[in-house]
Design a protein around this ligand. Structure first.
Ligand SMILES: NC(=O)c1ccc[n+]([C@@H]2O[C@H](COP(=O)([O-])OP(=O)(O)OC[C@H]3O[C@@H](n4cnc5c(N)ncnc54)[C@H](OP(=O)(O)O)[C@@H]3O)[C@@H](O)[C@H]2O)c1
Length: 179
């Protein structure tokens, strides 16, 4: 069974995924009148499940409205003990090392995974567990915040697969791990 871990994320020109105080408003600074999904729906069709850190999960919950994910979401947390009743069956809590987390998820029959969240992505990268990066660059310098990659412990080589230009402003590059 082919297993794949994909990162799909937006970053500023200077490499941040959230501002100094967690600001995310800049992600929507380019008008998108026709609601271009920028590859998101294609990603959702490709993956079996989503793996996200607790902060990202709480951020999404804070948006209110309908639960946005069509696939099962595994939330990584050592502090959360329960999920709201409305999300039971759609969300599960999980913890452990990145490899142990993957082993548990694979055992449940989910093999193509969308990995999301700052610390979460960094922890998976540190263990060389990311197979694809799909990174959209937003043309803004934030000057600080939460860095997408932080300090990886060793050089990790990827190869470019394709690029897309959205809304004439946002460049999305796809890379796959060179193994
Ligand atoms: N630009 C974008 O497209 C984008 C996308 C996603 C997120 N963001 C933003 O990026 C920022 C990054 O936040 P973050 O680094 O805190 O993100 P995160 O990865 O979403 O959450 C980190 C939390 O996940 C839990 N966790 C991670 N690995 C774990 C493991 N192996 N086992 C158990 N728990 C684990 C821990 O929760 P506990 O403390 O509960 O143990 C940890 O505090 C947020 O502001 C978020 O909104 C931006």
């Amino acid at each position: 069974m082919v297993k794949k871990n994909i990162v799909f994320i937006a970053k500023s020109l200077d490499g941040y995924i959230a501002g100094k105080n967690g600001e995310l408003d800049w992600l929507h600074m380019i008008p998108n009148p026709e609601n271009d999904d920028m590859g998101y729906n294609r990603l959702m069709e490709e993956v079996d499940a989503i793996v996200m850190g607790r902060t990202t999960y709480e951020t999404v919950c804070g948006f209110g409205g309908e639960w946005p994910y069509p696939k099962h979401v595994f939330v990584l947390s050592n502090s959360l003990k329960d999920i709201p009743a409305r999300l039971r069956g759609k969300v599960s809590l999980i913890n452990g090392s990145p490899q142990a987390i993957l082993d548990q998820i694979h055992e449940k029959g989910f093999f193509n995974l969308y990995i999301d969240g700052g610390t979460t992505i960094q922890n998976f990268i540190k263990e060389d567990l990311i197979d694809e990066l799909r990174i959209t660059t937003i043309p803004i310098l934030l000057g600080g915040g939460f860095s997408l990659f932080g300090d990886t412990i060793q050089p990790i080589e990827f190869e470019h697969v394709e690029s897309h230009l959205f809304l004439n402003q946002l460049v999305q590059n796809h890379y796959k791990r060179k193994r």
